[in-house]
Ligand binder design. Structure first.
Ligand SMILES: NC(=O)c1ccc[n+]([C@@H]2O[C@H](COP(=O)([O-])OP(=O)(O)OC[C@H]3O[C@@H](n4cnc5c(N)ncnc54)[C@H](OP(=O)(O)O)[C@@H]3O)[C@@H](O)[C@H]2O)c1
Length: 332
């Protein structure tokens, strides 16, 4: 059994527990909140957390011998502090995306994890999704890859509030914004598949708020030696474009990069003048047999069981490269 302490009682912690509940190796023995009331309400509404001990300090929860691992589901600016406190107490950490607010913080977290001998993994749901994994296995069939294009554009109710001057956590200048909130989903899978880009260029659109400039959407072009990636993300408009990996021998299409529910492959047909029949699509996989958040807990539990301190899929190297790319796009 892996006994988890949960930090933060917001909606993401509720969501991930639905996935965690599907792995019989995962238990919740502690919950940490800024207030006892919020922790009690969380314990009462989540059957998996029934009977969990309540804390209002991450350090105190991390010192609990009944806790083996800590899930951090709090705003980005707290990830580094809470991760360092948990690792210091010898606890494994599953930390929400993005791993940190910048690469400098991320490097401190990775260093602390390596020194502690504990597991640290970013809870990036997209790359552990079995439909994404299945698509990744097919890249050899369409190689050489020439283009990766990815979208995550979702009009947010918090954008409405932002326009009225109310700055929600997801838009906090300096720690959140559209790039860190949703743009990260277009970057992380790209880096997991193709590694560090050679060039990074992009544009971020911002809105002035009482707390500074908040980025609300953006686009980037990342150059590799022999392919390019075009990425578009937004909290200020919707897009229904899929994510596509285009190679000389065909194309792979994922319906949504955040949580892919369908992966298709289109083998390249014989070259035509544009008048020939359209190539056929083959569905590689469709639907998800388990809750979308189950897969990150399964990976984490597998690694703990195997005594490993890092995921090969959601690797710390990938997390750091992603933070460096976001620093460049944010000019930080
Ligand atoms: N994987 C996904 O699909 C997904 C989806 C959404 C968000 N996220 C990530 O999850 C994290 C939380 O995002 P969110 O939108 O859920 O944020 P949120 O609702 O503002 O905060 C989540 C919880 O963190 C605690 N908290 C709030 N402000 C805090 C502060 N200043 N210091 C310490 N704790 C604080 C609160 O719990 P208490 O009242 O109990 O302290 C709050 O309910 C972010 O890193 C975000 O990127 C991931």
């Amino acid at each position: 059994m892996i006994r988890f302490g949960i930090v933060g009682t917001g909606r993401i912690s509720d969501w991930v527990l639905k996935g965690a509940a599907q792995d019989p190796r995962v238990q919740v023995t502690a919950v940490c909140s800024r207030t006892v009331e919020a922790a009690e309400a969380f314990v009462n509404r989540n059957p998996m957390a029934a009977g969990a001990k309540i804390y209002t300090s991450v350090e105190e929860m991390a010192a609990d011998p009944q806790v083996d691992a800590i899930y951090i589901g709090t705003p980005n600016q707290t990830h580094c502090e809470y991760t360092l406190a948990s690792l210091k107490a010898g606890k494994h950490v599953l930390c929400e995306k993005p791993l940190a607010i910048n690469a400098e913080e991320g490097r401190r977290m990775v260093e602390a994890a390596r020194e502690s001998g504990c597991l640290l993994m970013e809870a990036m749901v997209s790359t552990l999704n079995p439909n994404f994994r299945a698509a990744a296995q097919l890249i050899g069939q369409i190689a050489p890859v020439r283009q990766y294009s990815s979208y995550f554009c979702q009009y947010s109710s918090k954008y409405e509030a932002l326009k009225r001057g109310e700055v929600a956590t997801a838009f906090k200048p300096g720690s959140a914004g559209a790039l860190r909130d949703v743009g990260v989903y277009t970057i992380y899978p790209l880096v997991a598949l193709f590694g560090r880009p050679v060039t990074v260029n992009g544009e971020l659109r911002t809105i002035e708020t009482p707390e500074g400039y908040a980025d609300v959407c953006g686009a980037a072009c990342l150059g590799y030696e022999d392919m390019d990636a075009t990425l578009t993300w937004a909290k200020s408009f919707d897009s229904f474009q899929p994510t596509e990996i285009a190679g000389e021998k065909g194309n792979i299409i994922l319906d949504e990069i955040h949580i892919a529910r369908k992966a298709e492959i289109i083998p390249h047909a014989a070259p035509t003048s544009g008048q020939g029949p359209k190539p056929g699509r083959t569905t590689v996989c469709e639907g998800l047999p388990c809750n979308e958040y189950y897969y990150e807990f399964r990976e984490f539990a597998d690694l703990v069981e195997q005594g490993k301190t890092e995921s090969e899929i959601n690797s710390l190297e990938t997390s750091l490269i992603v933070l460096e790319i976001m620093d460049e796009l944010l000019c930080e």
